[in-house]
Ligand binder design. Structure first.
Ligand code: PLP
Length: 452
């Protein structure tokens, strides 16, 4: 793009666009990057500079940029049937529901389509609450237990589940009935315990909450198998199986928010598969279409779905609609995307975990408190003092990201989570990341973190 065009685009942007999360006053000094193209794991800006995108956009371009088969599938579908509401059936959505059921397995074979992760979680909460009323008519199961640091979305229900105070407080009061437990976060265990001698207090706390609230008032527990935007918090292997057992014991549904963990990110198709559990409801978005087009989905089991069956006059059907749910073009793109992801998922495990071992070597630097991850999702927690674990300032985080960017590597950093803990670098690169690109990421991080 020539300089004049780029400047004119930026002028329009600065005059009219309201960017997410950004403080616009900073754009006078440093305007937003104008991204013009992307291929594989690399994006190019309007100055022709290329960067390795370790964020896969926003944890979403799992198949990598520029996959022709996805583009072709979407184009062909656009010519044939661009849209029809999902009150009727359409070919791509029908085929995709079968594909998503197949890759989910575990009897999760009923799929409701949405357009985003937030909407998938909203649908999950509605399914859980309505199921609670219809499966247990003498009870009042409406509460949803989530965890601090988790991110579940931006709409009012999904934000109510989100456990990140800075994202919430300007909009409070939020939706009643959402409660928060401690995250599975050994590095900063709120119980002051050390694994494995901790008796999994973090998961026991959820059982205590269910008992204190009264199980007959609790509809569901929602978890990201690995908390993503909240700092890449990887639970110990026993955590999710134990949580599954507890929720089962009290008739509480378990919702797995796979918006980040789904579609290959953790080295299996879904995060719940990586940890060997079977949830009752799964919410998805991002990697389902690798962001080629907006799409989300909420899956559940036949057993749960059966509680929504009856005569029309019983009014037990799910009272939920999304104009663009089951959009034929998005679904066609997702079908082509899943084919690609299936070919990448094993590599995401082996190559991804090998990259994690390399990244772990960064722990030798004084400001690197912990490096963690699984498959192709990574968090690097920065502290000013390894003993006290005092988090580094937002200014240092900005400096680290800027220095990596100068060297051609874009990294993510946690932001607006809580006032005191925005100190984790995160990466979730496209699953097509090459060995050479991985080496460059590692060497740039060594250079930048050594200097701190
Ligand atoms: C785990 C998780 N759930 C839900 C969402 C919300 O997705 P969306 O931004 O598509 O609404 C996100 C977004 O980052 C997420 O990371």
């Amino acid at each position: 793009m020539n300089t004049k065009n780029a400047q004119s685009m930026l002028n329009s942007d600065l005059a009219h666009v309201w960017h997410p999360l950004a403080q616009h006053s900073t754009f006078q000094e440093k305007p937003p990057m104008l991204v013009v193209s992307a291929q594989g794991s690399r994006v190019t800006d309007s100055n022709g500079r290329e960067y390795i995108d370790t964020m896969a956009g926003l944890w979403c371009v799992n198949a990598g940029y520029g996959q022709q088969s996805i583009v072709d599938a979407a184009c062909e579908q656009m010519k044939k049937l661009v849209y029809y509401p999902h009150t009727a059936a359409n070919e791509p959505a029908s085929a995709l529901s079968a594909e998503v059921s197949r890759v989910l397995g575990n009897g999760l074979d009923r799929i409701y389509f949405t357009n985003s992760g937030s909407e998938s979680n909203e649908a999950a909460f509605k399914i859980a609450r309505q199921y609670g009323r219809q499966a247990h008519p003498t009870e009042n199961r409406f509460k949803i237990i989530a965890r601090h640091r988790a991110y579940h979305g931006t709409t009012m229900g999904a934000l109510s589940a989100t456990g990140q105070s800075e994202r919430r407080w300007k909009f409070e009061p939020l939706v009643p009935g959402f409660l928060h437990a401690a995250p599975a976060y050994c590095y900063r265990c709120v119980f002051g315990q050390k694994y494995p001698g901790c008796n999994l207090e973090c998961v026991k706390q959820i059982e205590e909450m269910i008992l204190y609230e009264g199980p007959e008032t609790v509809a569901a527990v929602i978890v990201e198998p690995i908390v993503g935007g909240g700092g890449v918090l990887v639970p110990v292997d026993e955590y999710l199986p134990e949580l599954r057992a507890i929720t089962k014991r009290y008739g509480v549904l378990l919702i797995s928010d796979e918006v980040i963990c789904g579609f290959g990110r953790t080295g299996k198709m879904f995060g719940f598969q990586t940890f060997g559990i079977k949830p009752d409801i799964v919410s998805m978005a991002k990697g389902i279409s690798s962001a080629y087009l907006p799409l989300g989905a909420t899956a559940t089991t036949g057993e749960i779905f059966s509680k929504f069956l009856g005569r029309v006059e019983d009014r037990v059907q799910l009272t939920q609609v999304n104009t663009y749910g089951g959009h034929p073009v998005s679904c066609a793109a997702a079908l082509a995307n899943i084919k690609i992801i299936e070919g990448l998922v094993d590599r995401a495990g082996s190559f991804g975990n090998a990259l994690l071992e390399e990244l772990k070597k960064l722990e030798k630097y004084p400001k690197v408190g912990e490096v963690r991850g699984k498959g192709m999702i990574y968090g690097i927690e920065l502290v000013s003092d390894k003993k006290t674990k005092e988090p580094v300032s937002n200014a240092i985080m900005a400096q680290v990201a800027a220095k990596a960017m100068e060297r051609g590597v874009m990294i993510g950093k946690t932001s607006m989570m809580t006032y005191h803990l925005n100190n984790v670098i995160w990466m979730s690169p496209p699953l097509v990341l090459t060995e050479e690109e991985a080496k460059k990421i590692v060497s740039v991080l060594h250079e930048v973190l050594k200097e701190l």
